[in-house]
Design a protein around this ligand. Structure first.
Ligand code: ATP
Ligand code: MG
Length: 358
């Protein structure tokens, strides 16, 4: 019987993205070689800062059409010291997120074995969150402008746009996700005491949607209070849903509390599966360590676990996660960001070795 083939688009992007995405590819290859259910077919796209220098844009105009037929996208990072951040961000990553309506950004956070994290004193089992970020509208809708630029009367606006449809679909996704987790618990984060229009609408829609999920225990929290609660009462949280801006901030805090930016994964999901979803480590291009073999590939490997889960390959996903955890548990295999001396290649080989030996 011929093996099922998953077609994966790889976009390394800039900086250490070019090191961690090939590492992720290698680990997925090893995983496929170690079992007989499926295989991968990879296609690499050299978009990002270099492409911009040559073509004046971060990706070609027909880029989305090229990606459309893939089963998933593995992304590295977009960011280049020679190019303004808003160009690299809007020109590649956000173009894909918006073009493919990947409206749910999902970020699991746990303290992996062997990682010396600020919240470790609570015990490794005490921090187990999934942050769901609204990924298509809100504060990052891009609407706004500047008038009278440079003059004392200058005015600038960034308009946050929230639609009932957009809020309802992300809340439904979050309730469904919470329902699928053992604790069946959701915290809806807003700032409805100060932002009295859209945030009040969030609270109202959350109350309405919750009626369809009677088995999910849910509560509301203000975003400022939520930061304190993450540090002081981490166990009281499980699934968390928030707006584009709020969840952006909460998820960086979560990653730092769990030990390192280099470990944290994320998925940009189209829950309706009309388009490919995109998986990436949350860290940036980190030009300071680029080309030295120092990049921690664990965030990319964990993103590959999310990719496998999205493809429905639950068993393979669990197997990869187990191999990652076995490697983080070994301090000799920690990269510099975790206080160790291991290289990207050593960590990658160790994970591959575990997969092939399992
Ligand atoms: P960008 O502008 O694309 O966000 P950045 O240079 O700000 O990129 P970040 O990802 O935000 O990089 O990371 C900040 C710092 O954390 C980096 O400069 C780097 O030293 C460290 N770092 C980030 N990711 C990793 C990683 N995977 N492995 C090791 N160190 C990392
Ligand atoms: Mg950065």
């Amino acid at each position: 019987m011929s093996k099922k083939t998953y077609r994966i688009a790889c976009i390394p992007g800039d900086g250490i993205g070019k090191e961690v995405v090939p590492a992720g590819q290698k680990v997925l290859e090893a995983l496929a070689a170690a079992q007989d259910g499926f295989r991968f077919e990879f296609a690499a796209f050299g978009w990002g800062g270099d492409w911009y220098r040559e073509h004046g844009e971060m990706m070609p105009a027909g880029g989305l059409a090229q990606l459309k037929g893939f089963d998933a996208i593995l992304f590295g990072s977009a960011g280049d010291p020679e190019i303004p951040d808003h160009v690299t961000l809007w020109g590649l990553r956000l173009k894909i997120c918006q073009g493919f309506d990947q409206y749910a950004n999902v970020r699991p956070t746990r303290i992996l074995p062997g990682i010396d994290a600020p919240l470790k004193r609570c015990g490794p089992q005490d921090l187990d969150w999934v942050i769901v970020r609204e990924n298509s509208e809100g504060e990052y809708s891009g609407v706004g402008g500047r008038a009278h630029q440079g003059h004392p009367i200058e005015v600038a606006t960034d308009v946050s746009i929230m639609t009932r449809a957009g809020v309802e679909r992300i809340l439904r996704y979050a309730f469904r996700l919470a329902q699928s987790r053992p604790r069946k618990q959701l915290t809806v984060v807003t700032k409805s005491n100060a932002q009295r229009h859209a945030m009040v609408m969030w609270d109202e829609i959350a109350a309405q949607v919750s009626k369809d999920f009677p088995d999910v225990k849910w509560d509301k929290e203000l975003v400022d209070a939520c930061t304190a609660r993450m540090v002081n009462r981490p166990k009281s949280l499980d699934t968390i849903v928030a707006t584009n801006l709020h969840a952006d901030i909460l998820s960086d805090l979560a990653a730092a509390l769990a030990g390192s930016l280099g470990i944290a994964p994320t998925g940009n999901i189209d829950p309706e599966r009309r388009y490919p979803s995109m998986f990436e480590p949350i860290h940036g291009s980190a030009f300071d360590i680029m080309g030295k073999g120092l990049a921690n590939p664990v965030g990319t490997f964990w993103s590959c676990v999310m990719l496998l889960e999205h493809l429905g390959e639950k068993e393979a996903a669990a197997k990869l996660m187990k191999a990652i955890e076995a490697v983080t548990a070994d301090a000799k295999l920690h990269t510099k960001d975790l206080g160790g001396n291991a290289t990207t290649a050593q960590v990658t080989d160790a994970v591959c070795h575990r997969l092939l030996a399992a």
